[in-house]
Write a protein that binds this ligand. Structure first.
Ligand code: KG4
Ligand code: ZN
Length: 356
């Protein structure tokens, strides 16, 4: 079954519109037989609002709403939307989780398109978008490997600005939450630490850059022993707010601190916890693969660390291309397509706390 899917994403501070050709080998009913649905990206536009929110040190919901309202018609025009929409089989829009005023802009825009052009509209779960992003195109060799190997069962680690979640994934439509963060998400911790170091929002990429400078030196993991919260607890939950507070105290007590050392040491602590807990789950549940996704999955050090340990333990490791880890509408088109195939239905209204 081949479908042309228009994806629309407005859950946070990125306005995304994408056109994706999706197909799976089986029919809707025989979905379990589908090894890996294929997604061909035809258009992918993201308008970032980073510069607008930067002075506030985080995303301001009403500003995000205003910017999405302004950007959606511009992006739609850029992809020649009025012509393309005639060929589209399905529109998929993020309904949650995220900032509700922001989510509503995408939902309203999509509802109007759907009504005007008589096209089916599905609500997509943003977190499922991240989860499925490992299926997004990469080099042909990677793609072939993905198709030839068994993916499931798998452990999925979703790490973003709002979430840190570990899932046990049985197949493309069945999973169970093993654990999640009890306080700050790991991306949020990156952003807060960057702010303490006086770097602008979003801080993740800045911290990574600083930490990489340290890697070229003698102490790739930094010299500061920050705590590894909940690393040895016998559950799959996380906690990152204590780690951020330790950084705060360190900076207060060491006015002549080295930003690169702090960044590298913080990152080493955060990544060690993520990797250890993910691998413990992978071994306990005897999975075939580890899936990594979400904005923080754009972090090279995290990707490399997980790649290394999974290859040692002969597990498959799947992660999307760099550009599909941070928020985008391609993953929303993919999630909407899967939702549609599974005959799952999310109400077409904003749900800021939607769970996976
Ligand atoms: O998935 P995403 O784009 O938006 C949410 O759904 O939250 O994730 C954004 C988060 C931000 O906290 C950002 O700092 C973090 O992902 N991030 C990174 C990197 N790139 C983005 N964190 C660490 N290293 C990176 N390279
Ligand atoms: Zn996201």
């Amino acid at each position: 079954m081949k479908r042309l899917v228009l994806g629309i994403e407005t859950s946070c501070d990125e306005t995304g519109i994408a056109l994706v050709e999706a197909h799976s080998a089986g029919s809707g009913q025989a979905l379990e037989s589908v090894r890996a649905p294929k997604f061909k990206v035809l258009k992918n536009l993201v308008a970032s609002q980073v510069k607008i929110h930067e002075p506030f040190g985080g995303v301001v919901p009403n500003l995000a709403k205003r910017e999405h309202q302004k950007n959606l018609p511009i992006l739609f025009k850029k992809i020649s939307g009025e012509e393309i929409i005639k060929k589209v089989d399905l529109i998929s829009v993020t309904v949650g989780p995220g900032l509700e005023p922001a989510l509503w802009t995408g939902i309203t825009f999509s509802k109007e398109l759907s009504k005007k052009h008589k096209k089916p509209l599905v609500g997509a779960n943003h977190l499922e978008g991240h989860l499925y992003s490992f299926l997004l195109p990469k080099k042909t060799t990677r793609r072939e490997k993905l198709e030839s190997r068994r993916i499931f069962p798998a452990v999925a680690l979703i790490v973003s600005g709002g979430h840190t979640i570990l899932l046990l994934v049985k197949d493309f439509k069945t999973w169970k939450k093993l654990g999640e963060t009890r306080d700050d998400a790991v991306g949020e911790a990156y952003d807060k630490v960057a702010r303490l170091l006086r770097f602008p929002y979003p801080g993740g990429p800045q911290i990574e850059k600083l930490a990489l400078r340290q890697v070229q030196g003698k102490h790739p993991n930094g010299t500061i022993e920050f705590p590894r919260p909940m690393m040895h607890d016998k559950n799959y939950d996380f906690s990152f707010s204590g780690l951020k507070t330790s950084v705060l105290y360190y900076l207060r007590d060491h006015p002549k601190y080295s930003p690169t050392d702090v960044a590298a040491s913080f990152q080493a602590a955060a990544i060690e916890v993520l990797v250890k807990k993910t691998m413990r789950a992978a071994i306990e549940f005897g999975v075939k693969s580890v899936l990594l996704s979400g904005g923080v999955a754009a972090n090279k050090t995290l990707r490399t660390a997980l790649k290394k340990v999974t290859s040692k333990t002969k597990l498959n490791f799947w992660v999307a291309d760099q550009k599909y880890n941070t928020d985008n509408a391609v993953m929303i088109a993919a999630a909407g397509y899967m939702t549609y195939l599974h005959k799952k239905k999310y109400p077409l209204r904003a749900n800021g706390n939607l769970e996976i």
